[in-house]
Design a binder for this molecule. Structure first.
Ligand SMILES: NC(=O)c1ccc[n+]([C@@H]2O[C@H](COP(=O)([O-])OP(=O)(O)OC[C@H]3O[C@@H](n4cnc5c(N)ncnc54)[C@H](OP(=O)(O)O)[C@@H]3O)[C@@H](O)[C@H]2O)c1
Length: 331
């Protein structure tokens, strides 16, 4: 088995620059962990693109195979929890960061990074959801503890992105009114199909009054971009509303006063899906597979092969991808 070779994306460091190529690699070169999984699908996340261009905050050592998401079949294991033939989901922890990830046909991972694929999900559906869907699920779970449907609109930023699109689909399923904040004028139909009731231009939120607090408009928010957009969202949320924060594609910086918090009682909720405990992941995955499963999952996604990944990595870095991009490793 260890002599077997498999197809994988490899990112290499060459001086100041980084190159990407599809190569064959031996199973022997995978890290020595509990479980060998034949990957059927992965998905492309913003973090994967950062790893693929040599961002040392994500991946310290190269050569490396990115891919923070994988679903596949256990083909060899030292684990008591899983058996050969089990279908498992592995997302985040260190997968695709400093452990070779889902952009290869095999991964070798510790057993406690894996969970059984829920009954009501196909392997492809699990990767349409992926880390973006899990993050959206955790955001919706936390937001729902404070803001119930019927209290007013929830604004979702980065609306056409992976986390944004999945958040809209989930909020719709739970009966919320949704305002989608987007920079893409061409994707309003896509957003309405997902469940957006109203569409707001990103430009509007990038150029608002520089006041410490703005007109109270939204019951809550799911922010995926950070920076000035998150600042203006927090300033525009109604008293006792809540805002989740998971991303920084616009900027990691926040320039705020305390007034939205001490005059309106706004709650800011941090989301870190990488380090959430397994019991919480399992709880969210079960919801995503059952009562929260979006009706239009396939419509939120595009399927590609490993050979088509390179151009999609450039597009996600430019903020030009729409919805979820699923990678079929067996194509
Ligand atoms: N904390 C966690 O656990 C966690 C988990 C997953 C992801 N994340 C983070 O969440 C963020 C979104 O991830 P993703 O996978 O959904 O990424 P994505 O698919 O690339 O979506 C990001 C979206 O943000 C918008 N956008 C792009 N550039 C922008 C800019 N300069 N200013 C404002 N908006 C911009 C675009 O949507 P529109 O064109 O529609 O505006 C884009 O599609 C990333 O920062 C990622 O690292 C965090």
């Amino acid at each position: 088995m260890s002599h077997k070779t498999f197809k994988t994306l490899i990112v290499e460091e060459q001086g100041e620059s980084f190159t990407r190529s599809i190569r064959m690699k031996s199973l022997k070169e995978l890290p020595d962990n509990d479980m060998l999984v034949q990957v059927h699908y992965s998905s492309l996340n913003y973090k994967d693109a950062l790893s693929a261009i040599g961002n040392k905050g994500v991946t310290r050592k190269y050569p490396h195979t990115p891919g923070i998401d994988a679903v596949g079949i256990v083909v060899d294991t030292k684990s008591d929890t899983f058996s050969v033939g089990d279908k498992v989901i592995v997302t985040s922890f260190d997968l695709g960061m400093n452990t070779d990830g889902g952009f290869g046909q095999y991964i070798q991972v510790p057993e406690d990074w894996a969970l059984l694929l829920p009954d009501n999900l196909s392997m492809k559906e699990a990767m349409i959801i992926g880390t973006a869907g899990l993050t959206a699920g955790m955001s919706v779970l936390k937001l729902n503890e404070i803001v119930k449907p019927g209290k007013g609109e929830i604004i979702v930023s980065g609306a056409t992105g992976g986390v944004g699109a999945m958040s809209i689909a989930l909020l719709k399923k739970l009966g919320y009114q949704i305002a989608a904040l987007t920079g893409k004028d061409s994707e309003h139909d896509f957003l309405r199909q997902l469940g957006a009731d109203r569409i707001i231009s990103r430009q509007e939120f990038e150029n608002m009054d520089d006041k410490p607090i703005l007109k109270s408009e939204f019951a809550g928010a799911i922010d995926t971009v950070g920076g000035v957009i998150l600042e203006n969202i927090i300033k525009s949320v109604q008293p006792m509303g809540a805002v989740t924060c998971c991303g920084n594609v616009a900027s990691p910086k926040l320039n705020l006063t305390v007034f939205p918090f001490i005059l309106r009682g706004i709650t800011l909720i941090g989301i870190d899906s990488q380090n959430y405990p397994m019991w919480l992941r399992e709880k969210v995955w079960l919801k995503l597979a059952n009562e929260w499963k979006p009706n239009n999952l396939e419509e939120t996604s595009t399927e590609i092969s490993l050979d088509e990944l390179d151009e999609k990595i450039d597009l996600i870095l430019e903020g030009k991808l729409k919805g979820r991009t699923v990678v079929n490793l067996q194509a």
